[in-house]
Structure formats: C-alpha cells, structure tokens
Design a protein. Structure first.
Length: 361
C-alpha cells in the first residue's frame, strides 16, 4: 500500500513532519499515519489528527450550496446580488455573476487565494475581506473579466458564496455546512469553525514552512471558511470520496443530491488552463475539479495549500477507488505526487497520469 520506510525518507527530504492518508477501495478504507504533529514535539500523527484541508474546503462548501439549490432556496443561474443584503458585488459592464460561476471559478473575479491570519491577530469580517479593507490582507474581490467565459481561479468568489449561504439561511457558515454536509457524511472529526474550538486544537497538526520549521502560532486562521477553513481528517474526507464514487448507483440515503444535480456537479463547466495536481484534473465541475477519460468523468478531486499545509483528494469513479493525503508542511506537494503515484500503481488505477502533480494549482 504505502512503504512507510520510503515515505519517512521522502518526508525528511521534503521537510514534512507528518502525513495522514486514506486509501479507498470500494467499501473499504485503509488509513495510514506517519510522523509527528509538530517537529517540536514527539506526539505522533494518528487517524484522529486534524489537518487544515485548505482549498479542499471549496467542493464541500459548494455541495452545501447545491443542497440549497435542490431545496429551492437558491438558483444556480441567478445574479448573486439578488441574494445579498449586507454587501453587493459592485456592478460591472462585463456582466453579472451567478453561483454556478462562483463554484466553477468562471465568474471572472480576482483574488485567487488567501494567506490567512496569525493565530492571535485580529481577523477581518467577510465584508472587509470582500472589499479589501483593513485588517484584510488581500485586495478587493471584483469582476475583472467577462463572467462565464473562462476559468479564473478565485477564492474570493468562494467567499461571496459563503456570504450568500449565510444571508439566505441566517445560519453561521460553519453550522450550516455541518448540518448539510459534515453530519450526513458522518464526518465527526471535521469543522469549518474558525478559529478552531478547544477539541479541534487538542488534536490539531502544526503547520511547517518549507524548511520544516513550525509556523508562528502553529497555524493560520482563515475567516474565508468556505475557501480554506476546513479542519478535518483523512478518514473523514474518505467518506466524501466514497460518496463521489457511489452517488447515482443506489436509491438509498447515498442521495445527498438529486441525481440531476449530482450530474451537473460533475459536468465540466470550463476547461482549466493547466492540469491540476494529482490525477491530471483539467476541467471544473461545480465545486470539484474533474478529468474526462474514455470512461467519462472518471477522476474527481481537489488539492489544497494553506500556510504550513499541503493536501490532495482524488476519487477514481470507474474503479470505486481513491485516496486522501494530508501533510503538515509547505514542502508537501512533491510528496503528494509520489504517494498518489505509488497508490495508483499498487491498485492499478486505469488511465492514471503518473507524475502529473507538478503542474497546475
């Protein structure tokens, strides 16, 4: 499955203190954990160690949005400003923006990602983030090219979606996504709460820079919850991978989404400009990245990078297989490539593009 000795050698080379992973084969999940939660402590990584999932937060947040579409609360193709009360996306001659575009990174918006905030620093409100106003450390989220015409990765757009969900439901985002996504999947070790609560902190991995040194304050805080705020475990995310593989194959409680909505979620909305990390994902669905193979949309996933954390999730639908790997180091991306290549070779994943992970976001 995974050679722990070789993995530990590669972790030292990449200055990554800890790795947690899960390999999915049908109904079975095999979890592994190697290394330590912090380079400054002997506490080992375990199956309950929490990692920041970074941008893997986005497809699960989009799933919460799609559940509200199924409930008739939201419309994928309506101007998002019609849902917003406390803030409005400034009007642009280039066109209006929809939820479909926000979730597929085709809204033409700026602000690709977020560096987060020091654990003990003042964090901005969502409106300050969207307007680029102090104490926000990123620029204003604005339309910069024609909505719907091209892929343009925008974490800023995901924050707009977060505000829409909060305003139409009246619920804090972390409570809403727990109710609509985390609890139905049984993701009992996961939370979008920022900063994390006491229980999450007690199990949290510490982020490390490219030299392997712990980042100041152990991790950054992300009020941009939908874009980067999920704390989770590999085993919890494996439940999402299993759902990606199995939804549409049964008529029972697997149907988190209506079949037609699930199909829309995995339908390529825009091609990406580059292949994305592990699995050669090269198009955007509504939330996750996808890759079309001779079997159709066969690979689905998302990568993530927060300060001190690198991770990837991949579902291989035709084989009902997949994997999740979480690392607590900025040097984790080359490690992700090697781990996913090893898993894919061991399990003989069809149409897997080995070594694809050094390209793209």
């Amino acid at each position: 499955m995974v050679d722990h000795f070789s993995l530990q050698e590669q972790m030292r080379r990449c200055h990554v203190p800890g790795v947690a992973g899960a390999v999915i084969t049908g109904d079975q999940v095999h979890e592994f954990a190697v290394g330590v939660r912090s380079a400054e402590s002997p506490e080992p990584v375990t199956s309950t160690s929490r990692f920041q999932a970074a941008s893997i937060s986005k497809p699960l947040a989009s799933l919460a949005m799609l559940r509200l579409v199924d409930a008739g609360v939201l419309d994928l193709d309506r101007d998002v400003n019609t849902y917003l009360r406390s803030w409005q996306l400034p009007a642009s001659s280039l066109g209006s923006v929809t939820l479909r575009q926000l979730a597929s990174h085709s809204a033409g918006l700026g602000v690709s990602g977020f560096p987060g905030y020091g654990r003990f620093d003042q964090a901005p409100s969502l409106i300050e983030i969207l307007d680029g106003a102090a104490p926000a450390n990123t620029g204003p989220v604005r339309v910069e090219c024609v909505p719907g015409e091209q892929f343009r990765y925008s974490g800023g757009g995901t924050v707009i979606m977060q505000l829409v969900l909060e305003e139409v439901t009246g619920e804090p985002f972390h409570d809403l996504v727990a109710r609509l996504v985390l609890e139905p999947f049984g993701m009992v070790h996961s939370s979008y709460r920022q900063p994390p609560d006491d229980e999450m902190r007690s199990e949290a991995a510490v982020g490390h820079d490219e030299s392997g040194a712990a980042i100041k304050g152990d991790w950054h805080v992300y009020p941009e919850q939908a874009a980067a705020g999920l704390w989770t475990t590999a085993g919890d995310l494996a439940r999402y991978v299993q759902w990606l593989n199995d939804a549409g194959r049964s008529s029972d409680d697997q149907q988190i989404l209506k079949p037609e909505t699930f199909d829309q979620m995995l339908t390529p909305q825009t091609p990406t400009d580059e292949e994305v990390k592990v699995g050669g994902l090269n198009a955007m669905g509504i939330g996750p990245f996808v890759r079309v193979t001779p079997h159709g949309v066969d690979y689905v996933g998302h990568s993530g990078g927060n300060a001190g954390f690198r991770c990837h999730l991949l579902a291989h639908r035709s084989d009902r297989a997949g994997a999740v790997v979480l690392t607590n180091g900025d040097g984790g991306y080359p490690l992700l490539v090697e781990i996913f290549d090893a898993i894919a070779r061991c399990h003989r994943w069809t149409d897997y593009p080995y070594g694809a992970a050094d390209r793209g976001r």
